[in-house]
Design a protein around this ligand. Structure first.
Ligand SMILES: [Zn+2]
Length: 414
């Protein structure tokens, strides 16, 4: 029997429905914050599934969960093939982002076991801690720690909105699942394959069920502050004003025009805008805004960042701007052999595949520094994600899981 034929639509759908109960919102969405009660309950459900399948349970100091299958005749000393994603969601999250990759991992492993496939390497399903970063920023903490980009000590004192400390909430989570065996970060991995919803509109528009993800675009984040002077709105003539809000709007308009891209590949976003003192009858003294800049090509990013710097270095309406670069990440290209292997298996299943870049960050971004890594996307209806109306058709979820099963069998194979 072909292992991919063992993937069951109903069981996949049941598992997704079950996970959506943990942190369910009244509008049908999911709010499952990291290290919350809902998160701990969802973790407990995975532990039960893993025990039912006879998998070994492991965790590490950031509470990533690993479920390990050592197939009959496999060599347990060989680095495993790892698949999975994350369980945590945005506060206004949907039922698929992250959790689908974990659930599909369980479905693939169940299908492999039932088919009697005999890959020579262990296979592990991972649920990374805190990919979203919505309770404790930044996101992707689990994969960052695993890949050595951060240490738990660096993150321990980060607090949430209620002033609760990450380390305390993490300890509570670790203590709630004492049956998991502890292990360290950075274990050798043969390959990491992450299956995820696209969270964008491309696959749906093309009518293709599978996205072969070449890599993840790079990004630069800036905080900009424009300094003016607070004055009375009713008495101060224009010539005497240094209006920080007016200047900030002018800067943003000029930046948007300067970074206009006829091919629509550059992503330039101002998502935060803070006015001080933010009073209707006072000229704004200070405005802060964010810039999120993304592109698949590092040289383009660098050039765009230079444009931004040049525009913001010029005084505007008597106001000065300062621009602080707070985060950057180079574009990542996934492993070409793994990428090609996924394409081959997709063709073998007769699935129409489209090559694309990921616009969003994923745990795969950090795993790519650790081992051969690639991603598979399935379509998102209307490109919507981080919203309760997030939806992917069961037929697409099923195709993604079947492809994942074949890829795991192949890469872990004889
Ligand atoms: Zn995600």
């Amino acid at each position: 029997m072909n292992a991919a034929d063992g993937v069951r639509r109903e069981r996949l759908s049941w598992r997704l429905d079950r996970m959506a109960e943990f942190g369910a919102r009244p509008d049908g969405g999911v709010n499952r914050q990291i290290y919350s009660d809902a998160d701990r309950a969802a973790r407990g459900e995975l532990n039960r599934w893993a025990a039912d399948l006879g998998l070994e349970l492991y965790t590490d100091p950031i509470a990533n969960q690993f479920f390990r299958l050592v197939p009959e005749g496999a060599d347990p000393r060989l680095p495993p093939v790892v698949t999975g994603s994350h369980l945590d969601s945005q506060p206004t999250g949907g039922r698929y982002d992250g959790v689908y990759g974990v659930v599909a991992g369980f479905e693939a492993v169940a299908a492999l076991i039932e088919s009697g496939a005999e890959p020579k390497r262990p296979i592990e399903i991972v649920a990374w801690s805190n990919e979203e970063g919505s309770r404790f920023a930044p996101g992707c903490m689990g994969s960052m720690c695993f890949a050595g980009a951060r240490s738990v000590a660096d993150l321990a004192d980060i607090t949430d909105r209620d002033g609760l400390r990450l380390q305390d909430e993490l300890d509570k989570t670790l203590a709630s699942h004492p049956q998991m065996h502890e292990r360290g970060f950075g274990l050798p991995v043969r390959a990491y394959v992450e299956l995820h919803i696209e969270q964008g509109p491309v696959l749906e528009k093309l009518g293709k069920p599978i996205g072969l993800v070449r890599g993840i675009q790079g990004c630069r984040w800036f905080n900009v502050t424009v300094e003016g002077e607070a004055r009375h709105a009713g008495t101060t003539p224009l010539a005497l004003r240094r209006d920080a809000l007016r200047a900030a709007v002018g800067y943003i308009d000029e930046l948007q025009q300067a970074l206009e891209d006829p091919d629509d590949v550059i992503r330039f976003t101002v998502g935060r805008f803070d006015v001080s003192p933010n009073a209707p009858n006072t000229v704004a003294e200070r405005v802060g805004f964010s810039i999120d800049l993304r592109h698949p090509d590092d040289a383009v990013l660098e050039a765009a960042a230079a444009r931004i710097g040049a525009i913001l270095s010029l005084e505007r309406g008597g106001c000065r701007a300062t621009c602080e670069r707070i985060f950057d990440h180079a574009p990542v290209q996934f492993d070409p052999d793994l990428f090609a292997a996924i394409g081959d298996e997709g063709r073998a299943l007769d699935l129409a595949c489209e090559t694309l870049m990921s616009g969003a960050f994923h745990d795969a971004l950090f795993m790519a520094d650790h081992c051969p890594t690639a991603m598979i996307f399935v379509p998102s209806q209307d490109g919507i994600s981080h919203h309760p109306s997030e939806f992917t058709a069961l037929s697409d979820l099923y195709d993604g899981a079947r492809l994942l099963t074949r890829v795991l069998e192949k890469v872990a194979g004889p």
